[in-house]
Design a protein around this ligand. Structure first.
Ligand code: PLP
Length: 446
């Protein structure tokens, strides 16, 4: 193994502030990782775990990809950094690939950032400058990042939103069918209902005060919520009608996670702006970005762009992205995800049928979620375990320690979003373990 000889876990605990760590922080015992390979992560004793959520749904190509590592090494030697006002070949090549081959046809320019929150910050700025309007709409039960603008977009009341949020950031209701108090006969009926609510809100706010509507193309960390049929397309029509920009946040759903380069492409929706990060280079180096339409690109051909960050278009992130996209193609990852998509759906459905504690399952591509609930048709989620402690806060370490599964979750939902190179047999292994773990830790709570 590649186990590191320096074991400095206690220094990490003493001196690092860990993100999303519940209080009291002094008792926080982060899991100690040593190295990783493919879909597997190893602790300092060499024990193996399957990464069921690709860390934060970003290590899409899996760990220890030699071609990406070699590309980063080569880039570090040739040009590790250059101020972002300069052009360099790899950035040109990546931008061309994104605009001409990967993004929807209406996209014209791309700006590179270090991650998803920053991408959303720039998208807010672009939307306000382009429209000359102030308000920004986004959805409840959404996550768009933790910097101040991005956390004002975020529609989570008890976790990532930073209160008070920036004035002018307005939330609209989530079109999530599981647990909604109206039961619709068809998805189309639900779509009509939720679009009408949002259009009413736009009219009440004053359409000509709203710069943009942000939405994750698939709601990610809040629990992989897929929208009812035609909903995203309907939002495209409503925003167009009122001159409001549609911004699809593809930070988590993008780069083949949902079976296409961007999840909005599966719905044939062309947003005005797309934000991305994570899977663009599978986290081998920090990189995010904002794709803007030809019209917005043209605006910046005529107007100054008076902002920038030292690490915009960082060459190491760019080199990793070029290599990662080459790997996606070489390994036919898109075809592989589409082939496994029905299999993951079937495995999730079997889990729901078998376990009384599994209230709902959802997935698209290799982007899945399991929601734990006391009921299958009424959302009454499990929040406490047998000892009256936080259910999910204990389930996630139990899955790890007893069943060798690493995953992430929120509320009462865990994600099943493994590296996209996973095989059918490895998916089977995850579900054998989940089946046992759910029997042990969840079913007897119901
Ligand atoms: N948007 C979405 C949909 C995300 O899932 C995330 C991160 O999980 C972000 C934005 C923020 O990205 P980052 O953590 O890279 O700043």
């Amino acid at each position: 193994t590649q186990t590191n000889s320096i074991n400095d876990y206690e220094s990490a605990r003493k001196y690092n502030l860990f993100s999303f760590a519940n209080a009291p922080h002094k008792d926080y015992k982060p899991f100690h990782i040593d190295h990783a390979n493919g879909i597997y992560v190893y602790d300092e004793k060499g024990k193996e775990y399957i990464d069921v959520s690709s860390q934060l749904v970003n290590v899409n190509i899996g760990f220890n990809n030699k071609n990406i590592i070699a590309a980063i090494q080569k880039q570090a030697e040739r040009l590790a950094y250059i101020a972002p006002r300069h052009a360099f070949d790899e950035a040109g090549e990546l931008s061309k690939l994104l605009i001409e081959e990967i993004a929807p046809k209406n996209m014209g320019k791309v700006l590179f950032t270090l991650g998803g929150s920053e991408a959303n910050e720039f998208a807010i700025r672009f939307a306000k400058a382009f429209t000359g309007r102030d308000k920004i709409l986004s959805k409840y039960e959404s996550y768009h990042g933790s910097s101040y603008g991005a956390s004002s977009l975020t529609g989570e009341s008890d976790r990532a939103s930073l209160f008070p949020t920036i004035p002018g950031f307005i939330k609209f209701p989530a079109p999530h069918l599981y647990g909604y108090d109206i039961k619709f006969k068809t998805e189309e009926e639900a779509t009509k209902h939720f679009l009408a609510r949002t259009e009413y809100q736009i009219q009440q706010e004053g359409p000509d005060t709203i710069a943009a509507l942000f939405i994750e193309s698939v709601t990610g960390s809040n629990g992989v919520y897929l929208y009812p049929k035609g909903y995203l397309k309907g939002l495209r029509e409503i925003t167009k009608k009122y001159g409001i920009l549609l911004v699809c946040d593809e930070v988590m759903s993008g780069f083949l996670r949902s079976g296409d380069w961007f999840a909005c492409q599966r719905e044939d929706v062309e947003p005005d702006i797309i934000t991305f990060a994570k899977g663009v280079n599978s986290a081998y180096a920090p990189l995010g970005g904002v794709l803007v339409s030809k019209e917005i690109g043209e605006y910046y051909a005529q107007n100054s762009f008076t902002a920038g960050l030292t690490y915009n278009t960082h060459p190491l992130g760019v080199a990793a992205a070029l290599a990662c996209i080459k790997e996606y193609k070489r390994l036919n990852v898109k075809e592989h995800v589409l082939e496994l998509e029905p299999y993951l759906k079937q495995k999730l459905a079997e889990l729901k049928a078998k376990h009384k504690s599994v209230g709902d399952v959802r997935s698209i591509g290799l982007f899945g979620a399991i929601e734990f609930s006391y009921s299958k048709d009424h959302k009454d989620v499990i929040r406490k375990n047998k000892n009256g402690e936080a259910f999910l806060g204990n389930l996630i370490p139990d899955l790890r320690n007893k069943y060798g599964l690493l995953t992430m979750g929120g509320g009462s939902t865990i994600l099943v979003a493994p590296p996209l190179i996973i095989t059918k047999e490895q998916i089977d292994e995850i579900f054998v373990r989940l089946d046992k773990a759910i029997s042990e830790f969840a079913d007897d709570l119901v």
